[in-house]
Unconditional design. Structure first.
Length: 576
């Protein structure tokens, strides 16, 4: 890169070599899964196995401007694991106000450096670092994936100090760190907030520096959920509650004392107990946590056995015109649904156990009906043009609606199925003008994933569901966008608490594959399945099922490869 009239010198190769010398030592420790504790559902966070140590050296005497910037970048990675003391040595006294965690830019690779040589003899210069960015993390730890190929340029203003040494005088707040070092020095932590009915804990994924992740997890739990989730979950701490000391460290005995200010004393004993459940889920489930104010431990009710909602591993498929339960490689007809004779089934949905569930069927593209039983024929629930495959939430509301409509989705109260009052509109203004391809409500009923397209490629969004006091959905929150590398997509499902499965195609992929799309993290493609046309999942990557155009069914299992488990079946479906 060049700037008109100013000679520039590239130092990218030297930077790569310098960063490659960072020492990485794995500190071994076995992760373990708790077998007891108040959080009874979902996946426990394993003990920290001791993340690799990234070393950084102080500035060497008479280092050139690019060497100073190179050392500063290396020290940023080291600081996320321990402290930023070494990184500060590369700054002038006036630049010590640099705030490293205001934002984190996660770079695809080490940046190329360019040095402005025009003013070197005057004792000042600018070093520009250029790199592709794969994601950013804001000050609250929220990760946003970036569109592939987005390039950022960061400028560092350097001056010679009184001793003739180059130091960084001007620098933007935040870190610039390679994806490799980000994985080594940051930790993904799921915070948890209760559903409004206090039935489940809803995860809120964050990324914190591993050196003080417990403190940040507690601070952000008390601060509250991400903005997009705020209207769909509850909070139990009174306004103004905060850490009184910015330090939360587990003791050698595995206990954690959380020091809060006086505001928390206004919380009821039941609310304090629920806060303890939130913190135990975020910090790993095995620790014993107490809440203290001014050195005094606050009392609380018994910690409730509240966990994370999951989807049962209980799939069905369609064989001919019969809905069949699937267990391993064995299928058998479900007893609660009669053959779908006279219908054109293009999607299924149900809740509860497959053996005695009430099923709904998308009949062609214009009607959703109840599946016939031995005693009754189908009942029409919804009609429209190009209806979406239905998703049923835990409140017994069916989500669908036409693929193209002016900023809304439709829900059907299955408890009133067939009545004039059963169908209502859910306001989704950000979908106006878009073609909706797929929707799927999370098991907790607080979140929804949506795939849509406005003609320029697929977009995958996750939003919070706002409900009235009766649990009826009324609107969706402003969403977050995930899965930026995905160009086209047809179907979305929830694979785990903060992980989506999307059947779609990214750059360089000729056919659709299963994309593993975190709600706050980088997208990773799974192994391809030739001619994949449908996707379903319960809770866990190993539950994923892929249907193909020749009516074969493949299961993910525990390996990275897919295994064919059935033929002459289609429409794999899990509850939800």
């Amino acid at each position: 890169m060049t700037t008109t009239g100013v000679p520039l010198r590239r130092a990218g190769r030297a930077l790569a070599a310098g960063l490659a010398t960072a020492l990485v030592v794995a500190l071994g420790a076995c992760a373990s899964i708790p077998t007891s504790g108040p959080v009874t559902e979902g996946q426990a966070t394993p003990e920290d196995p001791g993340q690799p140590f990234v070393s950084a050296a102080s500035p060497i005497r008479d280092a050139s401007p690019d060497q100073i910037v190179r050392g500063f970048l290396t020290a940023q990675a080291q600081g996320a694991r321990s402290s930023f003391d070494v990184a500060s040595e590369f700054l002038t006294d006036d630049a010590q106000a640099w705030s490293p965690l205001a934002q984190v830019a996660v770079l695809e690779d080490v940046p190329q450096l360019e040095v402005d040589e025009a003013t070197l003899e005057e004792g000042t210069t600018t070093v520009r670092a250029t790199a592709d960015v794969v994601g950013t993390v804001d000050e609250r730890g929220v990760y946003t994936e970036e569109v592939p190929g987005r390039t950022v340029e960061i400028s560092y203003g350097l001056v010679r100090d009184a001793d003739g040494q180059w130091r960084i005088a001007t620098v933007e707040d935040g870190l610039s760190i390679t994806a490799t070092n980000f994985a080594r020095t940051f930790k993904q932590v799921n915070l948890y907030f209760p559903t409004l009915d206090r039935t489940y804990l809803v995860p809120d994924a964050r990324w914190f520096p591993s050196r003080n992740w417990q403190t940040l997890a507690v601070r952000e739990t008390v601060r509250g959920p991400s903005e997009w989730l705020a209207g769909s979950v509850g909070t139990v701490v009174p306004e103004g509650t905060a850490l009184s000391i910015d330090s939360v460290t587990p003791s050698d005995e595995g206990t954690v004392a959380v020091p809060l200010n006086d505001a928390v004393t206004a919380a009821s004993s039941a609310d304090r107990a629920l806060l303890l459940a939130q913190l135990q889920a975020a910090l790993g489930g095995r620790v014993e946590i107490t809440i203290g104010v001014g050195g005094t431990t606050l009392s609380a009710d018994d910690v409730p056995a509240i966990g994370v909602a999951t989807t049962p591993d209980d799939p069905v498929v369609l064989a001919g015109d019969q809905i069949m339960s699937l267990e391993g490689r064995t299928t058998q007809p479900v007893g609660s649904a009669a053959p779908l004779a006279g219908l054109q089934p293009t999607a299924l949905a149900f809740r509860g156990r497959s053996s005695d569930a009430s099923y709904v069927v998308r009949d062609g593209a214009i009607r959703i009906v109840t599946a016939p039983t031995a005693d009754a024929g189908p009942t029409t629930l919804l009609t429209g043009a190009n209806l979406l495959a239905p998703s049923i939430d835990r409140f017994q509301f069916l989500w669908s609606g036409p693929q193209v409509q002016p900023g809304s989705l439709q829900v059907v109260d299955l408890r009133e199925g067939g009545s004039d009052t059963a169908v209502s509109e859910v306001a989704v203004p950000w979908l106006d003008g878009r073609t909706i391809m797929s929707v799927r409500v999370a098991p907790d009923g607080a979140r929804i994933a949506v795939v849509s397209d406005a003609g320029s490629g697929a977009q995958i969004h996750v939003a919070g569901i706002v409900r009235d006091e009766a649990g009826r959905p009324t609107q969706l929150s402003d969403p977050i966008r995930v899965g930026q590398p995905v160009l086209t997509a047809t179907q979305v499902t929830w694979v785990d608490r903060v992980l989506l499965g999307v059947l779609g195609r990214a750059a360089g992929q000729a056919e659709p594959v299963v994309q593993r799309v975190p709600v706050g993290g980088p997208t990773v493609a799974a192994s391809p399945v030739e001619d994949a046309v449908s996707l379903a999942s319960a809770t866990g990557v190993g539950t994923m099922l892929v249907g193909t155009s020749d009516s074969s069914l493949y299961a993910a299992g525990t390996s990275t490869l897919w295994t064919r488990v059935a033929t002459e079946v289609r429409l794999p479906t899990y509850p939800g």
